[in-house]
Design a protein around this ligand. Structure first.
Ligand SMILES: C[S@@+](CC[C@H](N)C(=O)[O-])C[C@H]1O[C@@H](n2cnc3c(N)ncnc32)[C@H](O)[C@@H]1O
Length: 266
């Protein structure tokens, strides 16, 4: 049930510069992470968001960080319909997701388009950590044969649903499994791997790349401080990768950003 307003206030007392940390809109659900010092203002935050984004029917506040293996945070409903299932539209495709059981990050939309634009229709592409499918379905729609690996059974269910919703069934195979087992699962030599690894999964670069052919590409996502990037590039080179490009794509914590490394296996 929507949470009761704890404190009455007039006007908009909190956010002359916007809500700290901002908010995400996934389909018609807004997700916010209200800092402790503002927790008395949940109703005002929700009303502010709903006033700014007219398509929003529900506002969820994160109550626990996405610490689990499946990267799913805890939520409380602070505005509107008490529900967590929605359909998000991105790059002409639809993604259905239940935010209480599966991860989805709308902030990576541009990044997904950037990478998918590099994929040729005849490629075989590996996508570990596929979630509900945004990194996997886009290249499948470009005609590539995509193998998506995801460990969360609920996310696999949504991935299947989204594959059908977007008419990508002919070019996408879903493997429910642990990305650590990739070298044992596949004997395929992939042309490309798109690896949106969760925080701390550095080993998934080498594991995924072991199934990519020489000259093939790996798009690897990692969370680092800017001062670590030159050293990382050198360590990737020592491990047999050429860094084609590296770009920063979003801050995740104070001083820490998400980085996309486009690597070529030498
Ligand atoms: C950072 S999210 C990326 C999800 C998706 N690619 C996206 O952009 O929305 C990580 C995903 O990896 C999955 N995951 C976590 N550990 C895994 C593992 N060892 N093997 C396979 N999938 C895993 C989680 O369930 C989650 O869906």
């Amino acid at each position: 049930m929507p949470r009761q307003k704890r404190r009455k206030s007039s006007g908009n007392p909190c956010f002359p510069g916007g809500i700290p940390g901002g908010f995400d809109v996934i389909g018609d659900i807004a997700v916010v992470n209200i800092p402790a010092e503002y927790e008395d203002y949940c109703s005002e935050v929700a009303a502010y968001i709903a006033g700014k984004r007219k398509n929003v029917r529900t506002v969820l506040n994160r109550t626990a960080s996405a610490g689990s293996d499946f990267r799913v945070p805890g939520f409380e409903v602070i505005y509107g319909d008490p529900r967590t299932v929605t359909v998000h539209r991105e790059s002409g495709l639809s993604y259905m997701v239940d935010l209480k059981d599966s991860f989805f990050n709308p902030r990576l939309c541009t990044e997904r388009m950037r990478v998918a634009a590099m994929v040729n229709g005849n490629e075989i592409v590996l996508v570990p950590f596929a979630g509900v499918g945004p990194f996997a379905i886009l290249p499948a729609k470009r005609g590539a044969n995509v193998y998506a690996v995801e460990m969360n059974p609920a996310a696999c269910g949504w991935l299947r649903k989204n594959m059908e919703l977007n008419d990508a069934s002919g070019s996408l195979e879903i493997i429910r499994g642990d990305a650590h087992d990739i070298p044992d699962i596949f004997s395929t030599e992939f042309d490309r791997a798109i690896v949106p690894a969760p925080y701390g999964f550095e080993e998934s670069l080498i594991l995924s790349a072991s199934c990519v052919k020489k000259g093939g590409f790996i798009h690897f996502y990692t969370f680092k401080r800017p001062s670590e990037i030159d050293g990382l590039r050198e360590s990737y080179e020592r491990s047999g990768f050429e860094t084609v490009s590296v770009r920063r794509c979003g801050n995740v914590a104070k001083g820490v950003a998400r980085w996309a490394f486009d690597l070529r296996k030498i």
